[in-house]
Every structure is written in structure tokens, then in C-alpha cells.
Design a protein around this ligand. Structure first.
Ligand code: PLP
Length: 410
């Protein structure tokens, strides 16, 4: 995932007691993202460093239990990325050579690439224009006899409506694996990712809700899926290192299957675990930021935020606006550049995957396969949204967008 990097804002310097803290200049750069870490997180990591046990061990076990409880699932398997979680979940669903895996066009390539690694073909499905979530009508049209699995992506934190997907999956005997990389705190009604499906992949990448740098998890209610995925995630070994290396424990192990190396070390598990209690409060802060943007950008020609459907709670991982160049008088990329010139970082989520060289070359995908996504790919712009942004920052970003568009709109 690309992140526009601008220098971090200068922190207020600790000074003489009662000395006024100079306000940040209105031109101070606003990074597209900064992880919302605190001293408790630093202490949690240093405690692991001091403990002498660095790799997967007691902190990972603790984080798995707490994460499963927070997600309302029976199990959470910590992994080194959401990509690994998707791979192992597809593999657990039996995806293999000759199969098709249906994925939306607006996603990160990870959702599709793991199907290719398993010998399957990703089939790219168009999206709904208002939410950019997978369009079930187009999914139906693109189903083949080879279809084995569908991977709805809860893009930007907005959960996909699962009832129509589950109905279709039951009728067509498809497995469902949810890509919830953006959606730890998003819900459909009370439903959380992974309920009633094979499982959901979560990401702990640097910009995500729980940011550990690189990491992820597979959450599931299926004991068998998690048991197999756990074994594959660590070389197919019957007993993990922390079970073998306890003093007095029997050090023997067997390798029962061909596995991979996808475990999450305790250094990173501790960082995720210490952020977990703040996850809901941070979603609420992002919700407030999103509503502030909505209000500040309302009525601006050619600038349309993504819709959040009634009955859904978005994790608000991203705040995406669509820039209709004809109405706004400016192309998305020119707007991003103009914001960058004012020290405001932005990003793009996503350039549609069916237009990527790898899928065009391997499977002959064309822009016309997913016209809604192709248009969205030219229009989407992600504005900063993270708990460390002040209301003043949000106002400044929205005012900058307004001013740039007002100058150019026809
Ligand atoms: C929708 C989506 N799925 C999957 C991934 C892969 O996550 P990870 O980097 O943890 O492998 C990302 C990463 O940004 C993503 O945005």
C-alpha cells in the first residue's frame, strides 16, 4: 500500500514550566498517516526486549486470545501479514490449480495474488459506484463452473453486505474468505468479520487500525481451519517453539505437512496487544473526523465522499473522496499535487487491480471488464484520517480542498 510521506509534524518541545507552547504554523506539514502509538506501547515492546524471548511466545498467545474476544470469534491466528492470512485461508478452503477465485477490482493486489500462488485464477468483479464494494450483480455474471471461493473486501472499513453473498455462495458451493484488512472495528448490524464464513484476514500493517509495522491475523470460528492454518504457518511443525523450549519440555517434534514461515514474533505481538484496548475509541475519533470532513466538503462540486450505508458501522480506516474532474475543474492527481504543495499528504486506494500489468499479462484483463472500478481508479483520493489529527488539521485540509476546487470549478 502506498503512503505519501511528508516530514512528521514538529512535536511541541518540553520547555520551562508554564511556558506557552508555540502554536504550530498553519503551514506545518500534515502527513498522510501517523501511527497512534503511546508510551504504553513503547513500554510493552521494551518489556519483550528485556524478557529475552523475542519470537512467537507468551505475548502472541495473549494477543490471540484478546483479539479473538475483541472480534467475537472463537480463534485468532497471528501471522506476519494479512496476505499470509488470505493465503492460508484460501488454502484451507481447498483452492488449487484449475479454480477461480472471485475478487473485487478495488482492492490491494494481495487479495488476488495469493490465489495465483495456489495455482488458481483470480476473476475480477466490478464494484458498487457509491461504496466501491464488490457488486453482487457483476459477481453473478462472472461466476464460472471453476469458481471455488469469493473474497469480499471490506474496503475502507465499510463491511460488505453479507446476506446476498452468503446466499449466492451457498447456492454455488463457494467458500467465503473476508478480506478485513481495513475492517477490524467495522460491523454490519452487530455482525463482525468472520462470522458465518470460513474466516477473515486482518492486517496490522503500519497504517492499519492495530499498527505493528508488518503483521496480520486470520480470525475464524472453524477449529479445523485454524488448526491447519497454524500448522502451515510454521513449517508444518506439530509443536511450536515456545511449547518445545519450556524448561523440562520434550524437545522432539514432527513435521506433518509442507509448511511456510508466517508467524508473528512476540516483539510485534506485544505492540498489537497494547493497542487493542484503544481500538474502539480510535474508531470513534476517526468517525468524528469523517463527519467533520463530510460537513466541510458538503456541496463542493465534483467532490463526493464514499457512502456509508444505513445499518453499517464503518471502521473508517480510510476517508476517500471521488474527484469528478469535469465538475471539480481539476483531475484527482492535480488536486493531490496541489495539496502536497501545501504540505498535505494524500494517497490513492486503489488503482484497480484488473488494470495492473500482471493481471493484464497473465489473464488478459481489460479496463472494460470492470468499468465502474476503472473510473473510480481515476477519481479516488484518500485524505488523512487518524486519531492524531486535530479538528484544526481536518479543517485546514478541507479548506485547502475547497479553495483549490473553488478556484477551478466551472
Ligand atoms: C484490502 C487489503 N487487503 C490485503 C492487504 C494486505 O495486508 P498486509 O500488508 O498485512 O499483507 C492490504 C494491505 O494494505 C489491503 O489494503
Amino acid at each position: 500500500m502506498s503512503t505519501t510521506l511528508v516530514p512528521p509534524r514538529a512535536e511541541p518541545q518540553p520547555g520551562v514550566a508554564n511556558a506557552p507552547i508555540a502554536p504550530l504554523p498553519a503551514t506545518a506539514p500534515i502527513a498522510f498517516h501517523r501511527a497512534a502509538l503511546d508510551e504504553g506501547d513503547v513500554a510493552a515492546v521494551t518489556a519483550v526486549l528485556r524478557s529475552g524471548w523475542l519470537t512467537t511466545g507468551p505475548r502472541a498467545q495473549e494477543f490471540e486470545k484478546a483479539l479473538a474476544a475483541a472480534m467475537g470469534r472463537r480463534h485468532a491466528l497471528l501471522l506476519n501479514s494479512a496476505t499470509s492470512a488470505l493465503f492460508l485461508a484460501y488454502k484451507a478452503a481447498g483452492v488449487g490449480p484449475g479454480d477461480d477465485v472471485l475478487v473485487p477490482a478495488i482492492t490491494f493486489m494481495a487479495t488476488a495474488e495469493v490465489a495465483i500462488h495456489l495455482g488458481a485464477r483470480p476473476v475480477v468483479v466490478d464494484v458498487d459506484p457509491a461504496t466501491l464494494l464488490m457488486d453482487v450483480g457483476d459477481l453473478q455474471k462472472k461466476l464460472t463452473r471453476r469458481a471455488r471461493l469469493v473474497a469480499p473486501v471490506h474496503y475502507a472499513g465499510h463491511p460488505c453486505a453479507m446476506a446476498p453473498l452468503r446466499e449466492l455462495a451457498a447456492a454455488e458451493r463457494l467458500a467465503i474468505v473476508e478480506d478485513a484488512a481495513h475492517c477490524l472495528t467495522g460491523r454490519e448490524g452487530a455482525r463482525q468479520p468472520g462470522e458465518g464464513t470460513l474466516g477473515a484476514a486482518l492486517s496490522f500493517y503500519a497504517t492499519k487500525e492495530l499498527a505493528v509495522g508488518e503483521g496480520g491475523a486470520l480470525v475464524s470460528d472453524d477449529d479445523g481451519v485454524i488448526e491447519r492454518a497454524r500448522r502451515w504457518s510454521l513449517h508444518g511443525i506439530s509443536k511450536p517453539a515456545h511449547a518445545r523450549m519450556q524448561i523440562g519440555a520434550r524437545a522432539h517434534y514432527d513435521v506433518e505437512d509442507v509448511g511456510y514461515k508466517m508467524n508473528l514474533p512476540d516483539v510485534l505481538a506485544a505492540l498489537g496487544l497494547s493497542q487493542l484496548p484503544r481500538m474502539e475509541a480510535q474508531r470513534e475519533r476517526r468517525e468524528a473526523i469523517a463527519r467533520r470532513y463530510d460537513a466541510a466538503l458538503a456541496g463542493l462540486p465534483g467532490v463526493t465522499p464514499l457512502a456509508v450505508r444505513p445499518g453499517f458501522t464503518s471502521a473508517r480506516h480510510l476517508y476517500v473522496v471521488r474527484i469528478d474532474a469535469a465538475a471539480a475543474g481539476i483531475e484527482r492527481d492535480a488536486l493531490a499535487a496541489a495539496l502536497g504543495a501545501q504540505g498535505i499528504g494524500t494517497s490513492i486506494h486503489f488503482l484497480p487491480i484488473h488494470e495492473m500489468t500482471v493481471l493484464k499479462t497473465l489473464y488478459g484483463t481489460r479496463a472494460a471488464d470492470c468499468p465502474v472500478a476503472s473510473r473510480a481508479g481515476r477519481e479516488v483520493l484518500s485524505l488523512p484520517i487518524y486519531p492524531g489529527l486535530s479538528d484544526g488539521d481536518v479543517d485546514r485540509i478541507a479548506a485547502a480542498v475547497r479553495a483549490i476546487v473553488a478556484e477551478r470549478a466551472p
